[in-house]
Write a protein that binds this ligand. Structure first.
Ligand SMILES: Cc1cc2nc3c(=O)[nH]c(=O)nc-3n(C[C@H](O)[C@H](O)[C@H](O)COP(=O)(O)O)c2cc1C
Length: 336
């Protein structure tokens, strides 16, 4: 594979014993089929995240004759989507990844979710089988998506003061059946919503560390449509109101920046107070738009950063130099 845009050496790091050439890469949902691996390598991303996938293929949402509804809010630097986890299934994507010609220091992750709508036992079995398929396919880490607002069963997890019982049972099951039985080093991180109530963080972080998970990601899209409305620029407001009323969906982009920063900062405090015996990392996702945001995330205690909406915003300006530009800004900010 031709490597055109190599990240600056000083951004390289080793996390969980795995070498990352840089700490910035795509958020889940960008390469649902693992289709963009070579592009990510050539652009200089620090890692590659495939999925989210589920046990069986899903067509995703269609409403008002629109398949996978999505709308950008270009003046605001934000977007809404109500895709509904369309995907080909764990086994198809795992088999594709197994064929990749691997590039050094460019880890591959897989984002997985339990099959929405399945009875609990079946959902857990399907999730576990998928994680094992990815383990055999050679992925370097797994991200458990507990926070898609666009399917039944994810939406209400953890936005309340109380932790969802189904979530606790899923985490315990993965602890016993996957984490304790791993055949090799495959870190598992858990991705929550950027709507997560910060009052819940002490319990959540304690649970993840106790159950021997390897990290936490804050986080996924938001459904706080009312709360964010005053941040939507006038030119985007009509589309915003139409989409959130007719489709609902998840909000992404600039408006999440404060939330992901606050959750990650608080998580970092809790983790350093708890001093876990194993390596436990914070991954920040939500509203990251430029190199300054990436540098700020490191200061806040994050080890890895993922982006989606901001990536496309920057791509529209810098094309395949998107990472070159971001890393340059990031290093400048780090030296300040
Ligand atoms: C079109 C679209 C599809 C997404 N699909 C997924 C997905 O399959 N799994 C997931 O965990 N997150 C998914 N997300 C959420 C992103 O991974 C990310 O958490 C969110 O967009 C916030 O980051 P951002 O502000 O950089 O966009 C999706 C986001 C968008 C915009």
């Amino acid at each position: 594979v031709l490597q055109e845009h190599n990240p600056p050496q000083e951004l390289a790091r080793t996390l969980w014993g795995i070498q990352f050439r840089a700490p910035v890469f795509n958020a889940a949902g960008m390469y649902k089929k693992a289709e963009g691996y070579i592009r990510a390598v050539q652009q200089g991303a620090g890692a590659f995240l495939a999925g989210t996938t589920t046990a069986r293929a899903r067509a995703g949402n269609t409403k008002k004759y629109i398949r996978h509804p999505f709308v950008p809010y270009p003046s605001t630097g934000a977007a809404s989507n109500w895709m509904g986890l369309p995907n080909e299934g764990h086994s198809v994507v795992a088999a594709r990844i197994a064929q990749f010609e691997r590039v050094p220091d460019m880890p591959i992750g897989a984002s997985v979710s339990a099959q929405p709508g399945d009875a609990e036992g079946i959902a857990l079995a399907g999730l576990l089988e998928g994680m094992r398929q990815y383990e055999r396919a050679g992925v370097d880490f797994i991200e458990l998506n507990e926070s898609c607002p666009n399917v039944a069963g994810h939406a209400k997890n953890n936005s309340a003061q109380r932790m969802d019982d189904g979530l606790i049972r899923r985490l315990e099951f993965i602890h016993h059946e996957f984490l304790l039985k791993r055949k090799r080093n495959v870190p598992v991180i858990v991705k929550f919503s950027n709507d997560t109530d910060s009052a819940l963080l002490p319990l959540l972080i304690d649970l993840l560390i106790t159950l021997r998970f390897d990290g936490v990601n804050f986080g996924n899209t938001s459904t706080a449509y009312q709360a964010f409305e005053n941040q939507i620029k006038p030119g985007d407001l009509k589309a915003y109101k139409y989409f959130t009323k007719n489709f609902g969906g998840g909000l992404s982009g600039s408006i999440l920046r404060q939330h992901s920063a606050a959750l990650c900062t608080e998580a970092a405090k809790l983790i350093s107070a708890q001093k876990p015996a194993h390596e436990f990392h914070i991954i920040r996702t939500g509203g990251l738009q430029n190199g300054q945001d990436m540098a700020d995330s490191l200061v806040a205690g994050c080890s890895l950063m993922q982006w989606y909406t901001g990536y496309y915003e920057q791509f529209s300006q810098y094309g395949n130099k998107v990472y070159d530009h971001t890393y340059k800004q990031m290093i400048q900010a780090m030296h300040h």
